[in-house]
Unconditional design. Sequence first.
Length: 143
Amino acid sequence: MRALALAGPDALDAAWQAWEPKPAVQAIRGPEAGLVMVRARTDGGGARFNLGEATVTRATVRLHGEPLAADTVGTSYLLGTDLEHARLAAIFDGLLCDGQQRERVLTEVIAPLEQAKAERDAVRYAEARSTLVDFFSVAREHE
């Protein structure tokens, strides 16, 4: 789910357009956007406090028909308000729940998404590393 949530909506759309044969998709809930309260703790285990609100989009779909072995349900929760992204993530989550489609989804969708994220992270790390400043101290002898 992490790979689906962090993927770009265009990448998920391209993967769905290339997926054949497509199962029938029935919306059960949403996609819909709303707010959730983000809670935190002081000192890792201390008193809880409300940190703030975050916008979340969720979707739940039922997949049925060919090529699935049985009806499956997929669910997604994503930060932000991209309704189509949440719907596509829920579809692929449902495909992951089907025993016959799981390996195909992992190979054709999840692995490329994780590889693309690793490449983006490497570029960002290199950019951040290029701004690194090495501080050092010079000891002077007092006469």
